[in-house]
Design a protein around this ligand. Structure first.
Ligand SMILES: C[S@@+](CC[C@H](N)C(=O)[O-])C[C@H]1O[C@@H](n2cnc3c(N)ncnc32)[C@H](O)[C@@H]1O
Length: 185
């Protein structure tokens, strides 16, 4: 089984007007994505935000549940948050690896990049050997082009069954669905 990690990008992402911006970390994204990762055997969840105060917020939340009062109140949460760490840039995340990971981005829209179907990536995860796979998710109005340029592939968009092809999921939902399609039993 290939190693799979998750990165949540707050910078650089797009805003409504397609400007590059840095979004704020939300508490739910820390907890819910960590628990989804824990459930599917993803051992590392990187939160990328270039704002120091935002990374400090991430550390405070983690510390509360890891060693503070929260660790006694809800020990299960501690086992999920152990995998969370904050970095200023995607480049900083990549420096953590001995072997460059295979970066797979996600988007609800088409981006004119090499697509990877869920089926193919799942087969690669289960049947091939190689570098870790880093699944990259966006916030705001989605990942900026500079993130797609650093990636080797783009995962097919998650499509449901809405009559008008609506598919703009919250990032927490998108992570859970992707992990289930790629790693679910
Ligand atoms: C652009 S954010 C927007 C949602 C909201 N602002 C938030 O932060 O939850 C949602 C991210 O989830 C992923 N995503 C959302 N819908 C998706 C879909 N249909 N297929 C694949 N990925 C999707 C992408 O990584 C996208 O960047």
């Amino acid at each position: 089984l290939r190693t799979v990690h998750v990165a949540l990008i707050h910078w650089p992402v797009l805003d409504r007007a397609r400007n590059e911006v840095c979004t704020n970390v939300t508490n739910f994204d820390i907890h819910d994505i960590a628990r989804a990762c824990r459930t599917y055997g993803v051992e590392k969840y990187f939160i990328v935000n270039r704002m120091k105060e935002q990374l400090m917020f991430v550390s405070r939340v983690i510390e509360h549940w890891r060693v503070g009062w929260g660790s006694k109140y809800n020990p299960m949460r501690k086992t999920a948050l152990d995998m969370v760490s904050g970095y200023e840039t995607l480049e900083d995340v990549l420096k953590q690896y001995d072997e460059k990971p295979y970066i797979v981005t996600t988007s609800a829209r088409d981006r004119g990049l090499q697509r990877h179907s869920f089926k193919d990536l799942r087969r690669e995860i289960f049947e091939t050997e190689g570098p870790p796979i880093l699944l990259v998710f966006g916030t705001g109005f989605g990942l900026s082009d500079s993130v797609f340029e650093q990636a080797q592939a783009l995962l097919d968009p998650i499509k449901g069954a809405s009559h008008d092809d609506y598919r703009h999921l919250s990032v927490r939902s998108a992570v859970s669905i992707c992990l289930d399609r790629l790693l679910g039993s």
